[in-house]
Design a protein. Sequence first.
Lengths: 231, 223
Amino acid sequence: MFEISPTEWTAILLSLRVAIVATLVATPLGIALAWLLARRDFWGKSMLDAFVHLPLVLPPVVTGYLLLLALGRRGFLGAWLADHLGIVFAFRWTGAALACGVMSFPLLVRPIRLSIEAVDRRLEQAAGTLGAAPWQVFLTVTLPLALPGVLAGMVLGFAKAIGEFGATITFVSNIPGQTQTISSAIYSLIQTPDGDLAAMRLVIISTVIAMGALVASEWFARRATRRLHGN
Amino acid sequence: MLRVDVTKHLGEFTLSAAFTSEGRVTGLFGASGAGKTSLINMIAGLLKLDRGIISLDGETLDDTEARVHVPPHRRRIGYVFQDARLFPHLDVRQNLDYGRRMNRLGDDPAQRSRVTDLLDIGHLMDRRPGKLSGGERQRVALGRALLSKPRLLLLDEPLGSLDEGRKVEILPYLIRLRDEGIPMVYVSHDAAELRQLATQIVMLRRGEVTAFGGVKVLTGSAN
């Protein structure tokens, strides 16, 4: 049962790579956006908030199709990026990472935003009176105190990214070795005669990865909380 | 020299205060709700004025006519809050060192040991704020503000959250601090406390200065 074939290995490693890259690139953006939503008032804030949550409520196939329209080879952004910067997303693993990043973004931002909102602003004021400029206050007070939320957001985002299916397959298709993640490999296998066993193997592996991520996040969060409050 | 001439509307209440203080310790005295905390928050730059001027040693910190507002982190004014506000994720040593790091001041071991001796906090260095008593927390907050080398120190009822025993514990440190010569603005509703500490009194009542002068002005008050 547990002979993992090279194709399956490729899909597993690709999934991990896609989800890790998506999470690492989305995290700094997510922190910046979470801070903006938690701490600033500006015109169009509720529109921005709604826009960020859009991938959560849109059918994934719609998000994937919109990405294809915008960033496909003939898309208005895709063509420009390919011509000027040589960046191509369509039918590449980078496209899968982008689709996963977009789909997981709302889940990543939410816990970070909540944890930034929970940071006592009076501590930030105190830091200001001690000579810390706003960016220093953010780096030395706000961010460290919001760290458990940042880790929670990263794990949630990662878990969503590794399981993402609809937007990814719509945007970058299901090419073994290129864009075939665990999810799309399972999808292909259950449509193939005799694919059940291989599909079951991948199901078990994806369950193990998801459980591992949850346990790791629990551990990180507990450690971070202990570090922040008391010895 | 601290010059304050400000107006601020806070809900249905208007704070309108003007005074110039040359004293080493200016006591802001008044009942709760008189506008004391709002006034020192304005001096610290944490609260913007509606109208007026604040200047310190000839440097304008706020001038609404000229649209000047120096942000808190560029004022070099230390602030000891009633609730200490130590950073919970840093130990006492890191809390004390925070202002120096943010202002990119050079390490000054002599100053540090002078302040830690003055406040008797040397033995607390490796503890987290969560493991300190109320009095210890307030002493560390005092040390943290001092070590950022402010030109003026604001204290907002620093004894307010402490019981009588703890007050007696902290007061001598504050008197030592005054005798070190650092200018202070000290907020309190306790006349006895101010009699021991202040050299000049600004009496506030419902947002207005009702008396200004030496500690003698406290004599007529309720306490």
